[in-house]
Write a protein that binds this ligand. Structure first.
Ligand SMILES: *Cc1c(COP(=O)(O)O)cnc(C)c1O
Length: 361
């Protein structure tokens, strides 16, 4: 059967090559007579899989031994509480840049934990339709937390922010993880739910600089303790073994693709098909965010009426393009164009948008 053009926001499309490789090894991994799902996480074969996946994360972002990589359960949402539990130090404030629903959830966890925080910048005044261009830190920040891509609104940081020396920069990169080259060394902690850009759901990839990790607040519950997780190579308990294996295959695909520069070029080309259809529509399609902050990963737009939006989504689905409904909190349309979305899918959507306008304009 043909595959659909999958614009889902997450869980999202995975590379065809990865799906086929997983399928070939599904029943009997490398002729071992069992699936990766059926393997002990303590076996040497599984250790080789997870070790190679750690190594690929570091290779792709150009990170050395001063960083630790972890694969943790609970998704990106658990990182919203794990980060402050470990690093919201006594007598300091967590600083956060508020750019939408996900940073709101991170703030809500700090409230529940009773951790003092300071909103260093916010784009709430214009419904999160832009990325704040400056920020004001409090007197004594424990760290600064940003959301590098706002999956729901379609805004993205185009540069890695400048933070004064000594203040750790922590980023929720769930929806643009490994989608372009970044200055990874600038970050003390990066986390990402795998299901947007690098695999199926079930795991958050966490990258932590060791000098921050060493300072973590002691005595935390085991499953929320980064140091304990690091000491045990993410295997204090049973990890999401199959998800991590799939992440490994996707990362190999990223490297075979030519690395992050090539991935970014492809992402730019894909997004252009769709943004061009918006920009040349004379206002029929209306982008919902400031052009300079437009995301390469989640492209949000409106049509002249909600009726037309419903018709657009239904007709796109009949043409094999699924997942175009905007997030329930904002409405409208959203095309997610993650790394694994093939170029022809984005091209097909751009063409469909032009045709739809002609017939319904
Ligand atoms: C999807 C998403 C999350 C939540 O991820 P879960 O793995 O479902 O917890 C958090 N932050 C961002 C930016 C996201 O896109």
């Amino acid at each position: 059967m043909e595959r659909v053009h999958n614009f889902n926001a997450g869980p999202a499309v995975l590379p065809e090559e990865v799906m086929r490789e997983a399928q070939a090894d599904f029943f009997s991994y490398k002729g071992m007579g069992l699936s990766v799902m059926e393997m002990s996480h303590r076996s040497k074969e599984y250790q080789a899989i997870i070790d190679e996946t750690y190594a690929a994360v570091k290779r792709i972002y150009g990170l050395g031994d001063d960083y630790e990589v972890l694969f943790l359960q609970g998704g990106a949402s658990m990182q919203f509480l794990m980060v402050p539990m470990n690093f919201a130090f006594e007598g300091k404030e967590v600083n956060i840049i508020h750019t939408g629903v996900w940073s709101k959830k991170a703030i809500d966890e700090m409230k529940k934990l009773g951790k003092p925080y300071h909103v260093a910048a916010s784009s709430e005044d214009r419904k999160f339709s832009y990325i704040p261009k400056g920020f004001e830190l409090s007197d004594n920040p424990s760290y600064l937390h940003i959301t590098t891509n706002n999956t729901i609104y379609g805004t993205e940081w185009k540069t890695d922010p400048d933070v004064p020396a000594g203040i750790p920069l922590i980023a929720d990169m769930s929806s643009n993880f490994m989608s372009k080259p970044i200055d990874a060394q600038r970050y003390s902690l990066i986390y990402a739910g795998a299901q947007k850009n690098v695999g199926p759901s079930g795991t958050a990839v966490v990258i932590i600089k060791k000098d921050l990790l060493e300072q973590a607040i002691p005595g935390l519950p085991s499953m929320l303790d980064y140091q304990l997780m690091a000491k045990n190579g993410s295997m204090y308990n049973t990890p999401a073994t199959f998800t991590i294996y799939m992440i490994g295959l996707v990362l190999k695909w990223v490297e075979d693709f030519g690395g992050l520069e090539k991935v970014e070029q492809n992402n730019i080309a894909k997004a252009k098909y769709i943004y061009d259809a918006i920009d040349s529509s004379g206002g029929y399609y209306r982008g919902t965010v400031d052009a300079e902050d437009r995301s390469l990963m989640n492209i949000t737009f409106r049509l002249p009426s909600e009726e037309l939006e419903a018709k657009f989504i239904a007709e796109a689905a009949r043409n094999g393009m699924i997942g175009l409904k905007g997030h329930r909190s904002v409405g409208g349309c959203r095309a997610s164009t993650y790394n694994s979305l093939p170029l022809p899918a984005a091209h097909a959507l751009g063409e469909f948008m032009r045709n739809f306008q002609q017939q319904n304009g």
